[in-house]
Design a protein around this ligand. Structure first.
Ligand code: FO1
Ligand code: CA
Length: 308
């Protein structure tokens, strides 16, 4: 299997390209669940849903999350009842949440539910949550400790970040399929996702980082930082708070113990020699995924680097 460590939107778009250039049955996405939370009594798994719905072709592509053509009747009524409305769950999206929550309450694991949902939506690639245990990511800010989604969506990344608390680093087990997938992988690809709050939680789970370092497979990353800025989301303040330089070189350093190569954007070509100095092979190409041709080209670049 080609195993991809995935966050949300960037990873989902990369996986779309990968599934078009490699056999989908040979692709497995290991998905961050640090963003998961319970709201209205519902188990919300943003990155699992973003990856699943993108690959199913039902994502709202303008937002990168939520379901295309969705309506907000339920949200409006929740608002009338005084329930929180800062996290938008569309009417169709709520069906996914009701299903997941009911199955978990029946005793199913998050791994089982993720597999049921991707099958029901016709997604041919394997989708595995990083863990079946709760492992929320908290952001320590000047407004106190916030859940990642409270920081990101409710507070719109306004509070100053002082640190990041990954509960994934606590007494959390990897999902049952995760370590076997890594041990038998033909390649491991770190998607262009936030290294602190998307890939960070996956790597923080006890045993996972070691399993990747010890895997026989080549390991390559795609930098989500282009020209010192994040393609999407609050990577820059979060990387700074985690002691990383918010550049493609900083991303390479964060993964230096794991990766054999990294795909960086043409605008960052000047960083290639410093990356090579770390013993990591840089691959310079256009990494902005505007449409399907760019997604496929980026996937081909990652595979070329892995199998070079
Ligand atoms: N992101 C927002 O910025 N605002 C929202 O109201 C919102 C709702 C939402 C509902 C379901 C879902 O699967 C994702 C949702 N997201 C929303 C996206 C999500 O919060 C983040 O983009 C990811 O956690 C980042 O990977
Ligand atoms: Ca290795």
């Amino acid at each position: 299997m080609i195993v991809v460590l995935a966050g949300g939107v960037g990873a989902a778009r990369f996986l779309e390209g990968l599934a078009a250039v490699a056999p989908p049955e040979r692709i497995a996405a290991v998905v961050n669940t640090g963003d998961d939370m319970v709201l209205h009594g519902l188990h919300i798994s943003p990155d699992l849903d973003i990856v699943t719905c993108t690959l199913a072709g039902v994502i709202d592509t303008a937002q990168g999350w939520g379901i295309a053509g969705d309506t907000d009747e339920c949200m409006q009524w929740l608002g009338r009842l005084g329930a929180p409305t800062w996290f938008k769950l569309g009417d169709r999206d709520l069906a996914l949440h009701i299903y997941r929550t009911a199955r978990l309450r029946d005793g199913a694991t998050l791994s089982q539910v993720a597999d049921e949902m991707r099958q029901a939506l016709g997604v041919p690639i394997t989708i595995v949550p990083m863990s079946d245990d709760p492992a929320p990511t908290h952001i320590l800010t000047d407004h106190g400790e916030l859940h990642f989604e409270e920081y990101f969506v409710r507070e719109r990344c306004q509070p100053a970040v002082r640190g990041v608390h990954l509960h994934a680093a606590g007494p959390v087990s990897p999902a049952p399929r995760l370590l076997p997938l890594l041990a038998s992988a033909e390649a491991i690809i770190i998607a262009p996702s936030n290294p602190v709050v998307s890939v960070g939680p996956i790597l923080a789970i006890p045993g996972v980082r070691e399993a990747i370092a010890n895997a026989n497979a080549p390991v390559v990353a795609i930098s989500p930082i282009v020209g010192g800025a994040a393609i999407k989301g609050p990577a820059v303040p979060l990387m700074r708070a985690a002691g990383m330089e918010p550049t493609a070189l900083g991303v390479a350093k964060a993964y230096a113990d794991l990766i054999d190569g990294i795909v960086i954007d043409t605008v960052d070509a000047a960083l290639a020699p410093a990356i090579a100095q770390l013993g990591i092979r840089p691959f310079v190409t256009d990494t902005i995924m505007r449409g399907m041709p760019e997604k496929m080209a980026l996937a081909r670049a990652a595979l070329e680097l892995a199998f070079a």
